[in-house]
Design a protein around this ligand. Structure first.
Ligand SMILES: O=P(O)(O)OC[C@H]1O[C@](O)(COP(=O)(O)O)[C@@H](O)[C@@H]1O
Ligand SMILES: [Mg+2]
Ligand SMILES: [Mg+2]
Length: 334
């Protein structure tokens, strides 16, 4: 008889005490994200049938055309977190500025802030390729009951108390960490519950997959060009396989399961790379390290980067430990 899988709700309760600040507040917060993810998943699954694909007509603070699903997912996560009165501040890739939630109300004792990439992999929405949501959670640093400030959001990644992503793919999964390993839960759409399907996820230390947009090759720094050439050489377990979905969440998820490295380096087109430190790189770096992987900008550990702006971009190399180390070696020696 197959072993009954634990639901996400049961797992959260059972593991609450292993969380150093355990007060139930973080559990409710993860449960709120689970709820919003199900609502967004419902819409993603019928993209094409309903008027949810295509551009929304506005440009976001990143200078990107917002997709309708970007806007929808952004609204659903902000609404759910606000209505459930579970956070004191939210920052989103789709919002110009951070949002302060009731934090003026001195009775408002909420301590957590959330940073979110509501829809990751936007360029894949219209073509039925997997997309995701990324979230990062911190405890506020300013006093409870006072308005949150930018300082609460510009914390180093190493201060995160939890992080995770949802991947809306062949199945829908929620993968997260609270600093005690990484666990993955698969949604059973018939029941509407997430079940523990991937306990204690680990990056293999070595892998044979590299994920990079080679269309930007000529614009890459010499170190990255040399690493890509190294991946393609006929030697030992190389050439590696090139796999690039164009959704960070999906490329990361595959590489965590199979062993691989994802690179979005700086280039002459994007001097600081493309990915956002606060919404994309820090949460994925926290997950990677909790799963025995590694993440850096080629030189500095991602979670040691001191944030200076809400929407700052950084170069990002993330995945199997020895593959990231090799890429860093090529960057240093270039
Ligand atoms: O098309 P490019 O330049 O290779 O960029 C793809 C990367 O950009 C992203 O789509 C950026 O994320 P958003 O879709 O949230 O803006 C990543 O998911 C992906 O890895
Ligand atoms: Mg993204
Ligand atoms: Mg996005």
């Amino acid at each position: 008889m197959s072993h009954k899988k634990q639901t996400l709700g049961e797992f959260i309760i059972e593991n609450q005490s292993s969380f150093k600040y355990s007060s139930g507040e973080l559990s409710s917060l993860i449960n709120s994200i689970r709820l919003a993810a199900k609502v967004v998943n419902h819409e993603v699954n019928k993209a094409g049938l309903v008027d949810i694909i295509g551009a929304a007509g506005d440009m976001n603070v990143q200078g990107e055309d917002q997709q309708k699903l970007d806007v929808y997912a952004n609204e659903k996560f902000i609404q759910t977190l606000t209505n459930r009165n579970i956070v004191c501040g939210i920052a989103s890739e789709e919002e110009d500025d951070f949002i302060s939630i009731n934090s003026q109300d001195e009775n408002h004792q909420n301590k957590y802030i959330v940073l979110i990439d509501p829809l990751d992999g936007s360029s894949n929405i219209d073509v039925n390729v997997s997309v995701g949501t990324i979230f990062s959670i911190y405890r506020r640093v300013t006093p409870v009951g006072t308005p949150v400030t930018l300082e609460d959001f510009l914390q180093k990644g190493s201060e995160q108390v939890a992080a995770g992503y949802v991947v809306y793919g062949t199945s829908t999964m929620l993968v997260y960490t609270t600093g005690d390993g990484v666990n993955g839960f698969t949604l059973n759409p018939a029941i509407g519950s997430f079940y523990l399907s991937h306990p204690d996820m680990q990056f293999p230390e070595n892998g044979t997959i590299y994920s990079v947009n080679e269309g930007n090759y000529i614009h890459f720094p010499q170190g990255i060009k040399n690493y890509i050439k190294y991946c393609q050489e006929e030697e030992n377990d190389r050439p590696y396989t090139s796999r690039y979905i164009g959704s960070l969440v999906s490329d990361f998820h595959r590489n965590m399961i199979k062993g691989g490295v994802y690179l979005y380096p700086q280039s002459s087109k994007n001097p600081n790379g493309k990915l956002r430190l606060l919404y994309e790189c820090n949460p994925m770096a926290f997950l990677a390290e909790q799963a025995n992987g590694k993440a850096s900008d080629g030189f500095v550990r991602t979670m040691d980067v001191e944030p200076t702006e809400l929407h700052q971009r950084v170069p990002f190399i993330c995945g199997s430990k020895n593959m990231v180390k090799k890429a860093e070696e090529f960057m240093r020696n270039a």
